[in-house]
Design a protein around this ligand. Structure first.
Ligand code: 5GP
Ligand code: ZN
Length: 106
């Protein structure tokens, strides 16, 4: 948990989001500025800033995040989809709490 992190605030319910899924480890919600007809984010509840900060201990979390993508895509009616993880400012990352973008439907 990081007090100035927008995704931690969404996880805590301090900021609203169009949530599509939640379990013990993850939340998924629609992106506020969708870049496709369907565009949602899979976000671990653990505050890790970037993919570069992940260690061996995060391997199960990363695996679970990827396995969630097709399940949630299907729940949104997507037959196929794209995934994206921006890493670091130079990699286009704007929110420094690791997340997977899932796009589809265009
Ligand atoms: P990044 O560039 O870090 O990979 O992507 C961050 C994404 O989070 C952007 O697509 C942006 O639109 C989305 N985003 C930023 N703030 C909020 C918010 O408060 N609510 C939601 N639902 N999405 C957000
Ligand atoms: Zn956070």
């Amino acid at each position: 948990m990081s007090t100035d992190c927008i995704f931690c605030k969404i996880i805590n319910g301090d900021i609203p989001a169009k949530k599509i899924y939640e379990d013990h480890d993850f939340i998924a919600f629609h992106d506020i500025k969708p870049m496709a007809k369907i565009h949602f984010l899979i976000v671990p509840k653990l505050h890790v800033e970037t993919l570069k900060d992940c260690k061996d201990v995060h391997e199960p979390l990363l695996g679970k995040a990827l396995l969630l993508a097709p399940k949630l895509a299907e729940s949104q009616g997507l037959v196929g989809f794209k995934t994206l993880i921006n890493t670091g400012r130079e990699g286009g990352q704007e929110v420094f709490h690791i997340h997977i973008h899932v796009f589809g439907g265009n």
